[in-house]
Write a protein that binds this ligand. Structure first.
Ligand code: C2E
Ligand code: CA
Ligand code: CA
Length: 722
């Protein structure tokens, strides 16, 4: 799971890098284009402001020019005096009226009397009558005239303003005609000189040219809103017309000019962003893929492709802690029966194929809503839910049924069953650990009941497990207190009917529960790791007790687990030396479990035992998988056929044939055979005929204590069989 965590952070790093690069480049592009646009906009605004002040300056310059011209002509001693005389009209016509024909600075000249009537009025060299003058200016001159009569001598600002005329718009200025130096005169009755200049298109064009305002025109209406403008005001400050011109937008023009380059740059940037995004995506996908693979690997079994232990528990925890938890979650643990022998007999490749076949069989035969996992070895787990709970065929039955058809692996037909333990998650189960513990307990119980059993977890199992733990504790104390006794069962020579040996059998009477069967306490000792200690106690006791029995052999049972201890043979040797017991008289009885679980280790242990001179017998032959081949391979000194084979004698004819063949084969290998469990004379006769050299069973004696053996067989007067 650490792998996926590392991948996930790498994924995040790629994602963040991509997003950061994209947003940085995108942001940069946005800022740059925004800056260019705003530069263009402010350039436009600046140019508008410049044009506006140029237009206003142009109008002001025009006014100033007219004002200066009027001042030159009105503040003039000759003019003032001449206008007092009788030929005033002729003088005015000659000096001002005539000049209107072609003078560039004005095109109209009027001299206004105190009564408001013109002394003279000329427009472009042609005299205008009183009424004509009035019509030409639409009677708008009085304001300018009145203003002219209010001007101080020192005041430079003569009244100059725009007026509407018959021909359009004109600029008009006025001043009272007066001496050129300050003198006393009545300004209120003085004659007023007016000059005006028509704002013809030529005038406007010249203005535009001088002040570089392209497209400047005179306009009187509301005008185009997109156009810029400067107001033309009358003498009262009212707007009567305007000069307008189109905005130049130099910024926009430049912007438009560089736009193709900008678009190209944007496209390049976009391509770059695209490339970054695509490569980010590719890396992202790659990482996500490897994350998927890593997650799958971490949670799945490489051999079968099923969920593995970690994945199974994760799935189970997810189900158990889900907000909407299913009402019925079950966990079935399946342990294959007889898988180990298959593995041992045909090797791991066949074992692996069988495991794969079982996985495939389970996946194919169980409802798709179940989760199938391999916990390890030959153990499988199946997680079921409410929807998999079919009352007509419970899941546990389906599982065992799935295994009922034999498997064909590399041409071999292999029959294999399973033991099943299962538990249902009740309200007390909040996580996988507890459900697994319960199913495990049930599986343990199923296995102890024999093959092909399914056991459902019930709280009674917990009680039993508790009792088991109690028993274990008691046995521990019992061992420390030397409560383990040894009894002996004689082995009778078939040919002579004499005792040729004894088998030592452990006995334990618990102070609280009374006698406990060795089948029970030996298993408890094996599970609790007490078997080494127990086994040696039995060995020592047996050796000590049988020291005084001359010449006969002593057989001691040894658990496969004891042989796993590399110091076992040394301990045996020490015990032999301690009791000064002849190693040749000792036989170690082992069951086939020894060479099935670890043949190499068993061989080493046997060799070490043989080195010290101890014999080895194969116990319980015929009830398991051990073959004649194994007998040869491991070089046993003798063999004991299992009681079940002897019992078979009474049942049918076949039973006898099997026993006979077995004994014959062992004899062919020069292996003396002992028959156990002889209870009747018929059995004794039969096995003797088949070739068994030694007999053991209740017919001769039940296991008895050492004193009884001594009394029965080694007290001179009583020494006899039975
Ligand atoms: P086993 O080695 O096969 O021992 C023979 C068992 O068969 C003994 O049971 C014995 O009492 C019983 N038996 C002998 N003759 C007859 C008969 O004619 N009829 C019947 N019905 N039974 C007969 P026991 O003493 O209960 O021992 C059971 C098993 O416990 C032994 O089977 C052996 O595997 C194990 N065991 C006993 N003592 C020891 C020990 O010190 N160490 C180890 N590792 N295992 C022991
Ligand atoms: Ca035995
Ligand atoms: Ca036996």
């Amino acid at each position: 799971m650490a792998v996926t965590h590392r991948l996930r952070s790498r994924l995040l790093a790629v994602l963040i890098t991509c997003v950061m690069m994209l947003s940085t480049l995108g942001g940069l592009a946005y800022v740059v284009s925004g800056a260019i646009r705003s530069m263009a906009f402010s350039a436009d605004q600046m140019d508008d402001a410049r044009a506006l002040s140029a237009a206003r300056g142009a109008l002001a310059a025009l006014k100033k020019q007219l004002s200066a011209t009027i001042r030159d002509n009105a503040y003039w001693d000759d003019a003032y005096e001449s206008l007092q005389k009788s030929d005033a009209q002729a003088w005015a016509t000659e000096n001002w009226g005539a000049t209107t024909a072609d003078y560039p600075l004005y095109d109209t000249a009027i001299v206004m009397n105190a009564d408001g009537k013109p002394l003279i009025a000329y427009h472009k060299g042609i005299a205008l009558g009183d009424a004509e003058t009035e019509r030409f200016f639409f009677g708008n001159l009085s304001g300018v005239v009145t203003a002219a009569r209010n001007v101080d001598f020192a005041d430079d600002n003569l009244p100059v303003a725009f007026v509407k005329t018959r021909d359009g718009l004109a600029l008009v200025g006025a001043a009272a005609v007066q001496p050129s130096v300050h003198a006393a005169f009545d300004i209120k009755t003085a004659k007023v000189l007016l000059f005006s200049k028509q704002m013809t298109s030529d005038v406007v064009a010249e203005l535009a040219n001088t002040f570089s305002i392209e497209g400047l025109v005179l306009s009187s209406g509301a005008g185009d809103r997109a156009m810029l403008h400067a107001d033309a005001l009358d003498i009262y400050g009212r707007e009567i017309a305007k000069v307008t011109w189109p905005p130049m937008h130099p910024g926009t023009v430049s912007y438009d000019r560089v736009r193709p380059a900008l678009i190209t740059a944007a496209l390049v940037l976009l391509t770059l962003l695209g490339a970054v995004a695509v490569s980010g995506l590719v890396v992202f996908r790659g990482l996500r893929n490897s994350e998927r693979i890593a997650t799958h690997k971490a949670g799945h079994d490489a051999l079968t492709g099923l969920w593995n232990r970690a994945g199974c528990l994760e799935q189970l925890d997810e189900k158990l802690t889900s907000v909407v938890r299913e009402p019925c979650i079950t966990l079935h643990l399946l342990d294959l029966d007889g898988f180990k022998p298959v593995n041992d007999a045909w090797g791991h490749p066949v074992g692996d194929k069988l495991i794969k076949a079982v996985a495939a069989r389970l996946s194919a035969n169980l409802p798709p809503t179940t989760t199938v996992a391999r916990l390890g070895g030959d153990e499988f787990a199946i997680i079921g839910g409410s929807e998999t709970d079919d009352p007509s065929m419970p899941l546990c039955q389906r599982i065992l049924q799935a295994l009922s058809t034999p498997f064909v692996i590399d041409g071999r037909t292999i029959e294999i069953g399973g033991s099943l333990g299962w538990a249902e998650a009740d309200a007390d189960v909040s996580d996988s650990t507890e459900l697994l513990r319960r199913a495990d307990l049930a599986l343990y119980e199923a296995k102890s009941l024999g093959r092909g059993m399914a056991v459902f977890y019930e709280s009674a199992l917990d009680d039993e497990a508790f009792r088991h733990a109690e028993l274990e504790q008691e046995l521990r104390l019992g061992l420390a207190a030397s409560e383990i006794n040894v009894v002996f069962q004689p082995l009778i020579e078939a040919s002579t009917q004499k005792v040729s040996g004894v088998e030592a059998l452990a006995r334990w009477t618990s102070p609280t529960r009374g006698p406990v069967s060795p089948d029970v306490f030996i298993r408890v000792a094996e599970k609790a790791g007490l078997i080494d200690q127990l086994g040696l106690q039995v060995l020592r006791t047996a050796l000590r007790a049988s020291f005084s029995w001359p010449d006969i052999g002593v057989a001691v049972n040894v658990s496969p687990l004891q042989l796993r201890n590399p110091y076992f043979s040394r301990k045996v040797k020490e015990a032999l030396e301690e009791c000064r017991f002849d190693p040749a008289r000792l036989t170690i009885e082992v069951t086939e479990g020894v060479f099935i679980s670890n043949p190499e280790q068993a061989k080493r242990a046997f060799d070490a035992l043989r080195d010290i001179g101890v014999k080895i017998a194969l116990d319980d032959f015929g009830c398991g998988y051990a073959s004649i081949g194994t007998l040869r391979e491991f070089g046993f000194d003798s063999m004991k056929v299992d009681r079940s084979l002897v019992l078979g004698l009474d049942k049918d004819h076949n039973g006898g044939a099997i026993l006979q063949a077995t004994v014959a084969l062992a004899n062919a290998l020069n292996l003396p055979v002992t028959a156990e469990g002889i209870e009747t004379e018929d059995q004794a006769t039969a096995v003797r005929l088949f070739g068994c050299e030694r007999l053991q069973g209740y017919l001769y004696s039940k296991p008895v204590d050492a004193a009884e053996i001594t009394r029965k067989y080694f007290t001179p007067d009583l020494a006899r069989v039975g």
